[in-house]
Design a protein. Sequence first.
Length: 219
Amino acid sequence: MQKIQLMRNEVQIPFLGFGTFIILDREAVNVVHSAIEVGYSHIDTAAYRNEKRIGEDILRSYVSREDLLLVSKVWNDRQELKETLNVFQGTLNKLQTDYLDMYLIHWPIPQSGECWAALEELYRIKKVRAIGGCNFTEGQIFQIPVLKTIANKYNCTVTQLALAWELRQDNISLVKATVIQLFQENFYISEVLFSSDDRNFMDKPVGNRLGSDPKNFDF
């Protein structure tokens, strides 16, 4: 029997999971099915272009869906709120399931606050049993809900809050979005005013760089 970790909301997660990164789509149908037969019940996936095959394996497995812990993640270019909700539904469709056991933010980026809001909504409507992040430092994973609380106080998004902070620092910022509403929201950041206490919190560095280190990169 696998050792189990009990999460804060009582969801049980096996310590040993089967990862599917760099397993090609044509290989996934055999590899994942074999892993389930061996006894793996914790299956970890993401935007690895093999979710459809993994879903097919689960369907033809002798193990019921309820006995598996199925995990997926939101990739960096899909962390805007609406994008996260859309890509989540796409993941469900590919995996041929009605819910995920765990949905994670794959990497911490400035839009991760928006993504977290989407994950909270998916958790609220019971489309996912647990939410979280991976590749985060402890400080970064703590900061996301705190920034969301601050943003709610000023009736703005976390992205607007971050951009407003950059503006107060006299930093030039480049924003990216694929939805017109977000273009507009990001443009009117000068209207976002926050207290000195909240600014002091945001001034504190948390974790490491999100991008490549200019003193150490290989591209």
